[in-house]
Ligand binder design. Sequence first.
Ligand SMILES: [Zn+2]
Length: 126
Amino acid sequence: MTEKARSEYPEHDKLAAVKDQSQVIGEFLDFGLPQMRIHLSERITRPCECNHCARGQGQFSGWHTAEEKATIIDGRVQITDDAPTHRTIESLLAEWFDIDQAKIEQERRQMLGALREAYTARDAGS
Ligand SMILES: [Zn+2]
């Protein structure tokens, strides 16, 4: 691929630059961790669903600590805990390497369009 052609697909260039690293990390996450019986979790913050918080009156709850009450938004204590992640390994790698998956898809369509045009031009020429 020429330098000019490469610059038409900058997100794919970024992807190509991290391909080897991404491959190794992806295999570790995909096969290594399950083999070691380790599962990925995610820190998630969500509004408390207790009776007080559900009414937007978390500050009046007797069982929330002062520390928990300090997190109140719209009358609801914010609970932070770990939960199994629903993120795909692909999306984790994309975020880590700062790859925009929507741009990748957009460039993929561009590439297909360019291919289609090239074939159409070739067929028209024959
Ligand atoms: Zn609550």
